[in-house]
Each structure stands twice: as C-alpha cells, then as structure tokens.
Design a protein around this ligand. Structure first.
Ligand code: SF4
Length: 320
C-alpha cells in the first residue's frame, strides 16, 4: 500500500511550569504511531483530553513536537522550517468543527474560498474566478452564492464553504477535527457523503478526529482509539466494530446504540468518571482507574500495544 501519512512515536509534551517547586509536564501525546494509505481515512477517536486534537495539530505543525517523526508523502515535515514548511503545508489542509468561527464574517464567501489561491499564487490570476466557480460546484453549492456573507448560510452550507476553501490548494491530506459534530444528524449524513465523494473523485486522504464512534463508522477505513495520550486500540473498521478488544473501546461502543455487537452477548461496560490528569499519570495502565475488569498488575505495570491478529492492535494485560 502507498502510505501518504506516517507518524512514528510522536510525543507532544507541554509545560514545565513550576508548581510546588516541581516542574509540571503535560503528556498530551505520548508515543503515538500510525500510518494512513493514500486515498483512505483514519479515524482517531477519544474523549476530550485523549490527545486526538493535539495529534492533529502536530500533523499540521501547529504545536511544537517534542519527539518523533511525521512524514507526508516523501517529505518528513516534522523537521522542516520556515519556507520549506510553508511549501509542504500546501499539501495539508484542515476542516474545523465550527466553520463559522473559521470564516471571516466581513468577507464574501467567494473571496474566502479564493484567498488561498491568491496567497499561494495558484493558477493564473485571470483564471481564479473560474477556479472558485468550480470549487463551489464541487462541494454542491450554487456558484451565484459566492457574493453572500457567511451568516447568510446554514451550518451545513458553511461546512461546504470550509471544504471548498480547503480544496483550493489541491491538498493530498485533509485533517478534519470533528467536522460534523455541530450539525444536525441529517446534515451530518450529507456532509459525510460529500466528503466520501470528494475522496473518491480527488484521491484525498483524511485524518478524521472525532469523539463519536458512530460518525467514524460511516467514513473511516481504519480507526485508532486514544486514551490519555496513547493509542490503546487500532484496527480496520470492520475488525474494530465487530471485534473490539480493549475494555475502553468496548465501553465507548456500548454508548453507540447501533454499533453494539449483533448477538447481544457482550455485556455493557459502563464508563464512569473522568480520565486522570495528563500531568500526574498513573504508573500502570492509564485506564486502570476506570476499567471495570482491572486486575492487580494493571495498577503497577503498563500493558504494551501488541498485534492481536491480522494487524488488530490493542494494549491490555487481559489479552496477553
Ligand atoms: Fe483494564 Fe488492566 Fe486491560 Fe488496562 S490493562 S485495560 S486496567 S484490564
């Protein structure tokens, strides 16, 4: 398979602020590795504080990387600076949860979509109006709407505008941070369908960040489940949803009504409490404090992320 995005042992640690004379370091992302084949979608799922958004920001080089490497195509972007980084960034675009806050309210949407073309000097100037026209058509918006302002659009239409702007630079990778979470369920389906069609037409690769396994199930080829800065389970979509291995994934799935195992044999695992602070990390398994099936050694020894068959990775002592 042709890998487009490869992340190896990524660490993003913040802080070092001194509290009580001890430096506090937040292990936001703590040794994460994954790869995404070209034209496919990897979903990264977790609660807030799991490190999923920080992982996305690191791929966009929007937070400082503490350790590890990130490669997009043949370019190792984790070590690039200034001009080279700007050039490489053209290949990666981001789509946000709330397109409204990312669209300048004083500008006409046609200008918003056109801006990256002007900034990055893409195409001939006289062709850019046509390019904007084509981008509108591509995301299912009537091109006449280009002269309106963002507030004149619905949430779903604004997400289409966000997609048109992201597509303007002809990216290979689109990082989507909860792109449909703010939308009604019916509109969610429309945007997910549009994203799938754009992927097929343009060969796009997506990194799809979400707290919602139900949404991830609709679009992703592979899924990584993150807990407190680490991947605890990673598999192709079918394997993850039909045969979840990690107690945390099982708990998340139990909260998604339609995704429960068909035979109904699986016991619901209630997920209570909040994840511990990423500052004072537990020594053993990071999920031990909330895990309904924890055993003694979970509290002292951290389990390793291992292949449980056919590339289905999971970290849990009970599987060893
Ligand atoms: Fe639960 Fe222990 Fe497995 Fe961690 S290692 S998920 S605490 S059983």
């Amino acid at each position: 398979e042709n890998t487009l995005l490869e992340v190896q042992d990524l660490k993003v640690h913040f802080g070092g602020k001194k509290l009580f004379r001890k430096a506090q370091i937040v292990h936001a992302v703590d040794g994460v590795s994954f790869s995404v084949p070209k034209g496919q979608t990897l979903g990264i799922v977790g609660e807030s504080g799991s490190g999923k958004t920080t992982t996305a920001l690191a791929v966009l080089r929007l937070v400082p990387i503490t350790a590890g490497t990130i490669r997009i195509g043949d370019v190792e972007i984790s070590s690039l600076e200034k001009e080279d980084l700007r050039e490489a960034r053209r290949k990666v675009q981001m789509v946000f949860q709330d397109p409204y806050s990312s669209l300048d309210p004083r500008r006409r949407v046609g200008d918003i979509v056109r801006e990256p073309l002007d900034l990055m000097n893409i195409g001939e100037e006289e062709d850019r109006d046509q390019m904007v026209h084509d981008l509108f058509v591509q995301v299912g918006l009537r091109p006449e709407l280009a002269s309106l302002f963002p507030h004149q659009f619905s949430g779903g239409q604004r997400q289409r505008i966000g997609l048109a702007r992201a597509l303007a630079t002809k990216p290979e990778l689109i990082v989507c941070d909860e792109p449909v979470s703010a939308l009604d369920v019916a509109v969610q389906a429309q945007i997910l369908n549009l994203m799938r069609k754009l992927q097929e037409d343009l060969g796009l690769t997506y990194l799809f960040i979400s707290h919602d396994l139900g949404v991830v199930q609709h679009l992703c080829d592979h899924v990584a489940v993150m807990y407190l800065g680490q991947i605890v389970e990673q598999a192709d979509r079918i394997s993850l949803f039909s045969n979840p291995q990690h107690p945390y994934t099982k708990a998340l799935l139990a909260a998604v009504p339609k995704a429960r195992p068909r035979d109904g044999t699986e016991k619901r695992v209630p997920l209570t409490g909040d994840p511990p602070s990423p500052i004072n990390l537990p020594t053993g398994c990071r999920f031990a404090g909330r895990c309904p099936v924890a055993i003694e050694k979970c509290h002292s020894i951290a389990p390793a992320l291992k292949d449980r068959g056919n590339g289905h990775l999971a970290s849990c002592h009970l599987l060893d």
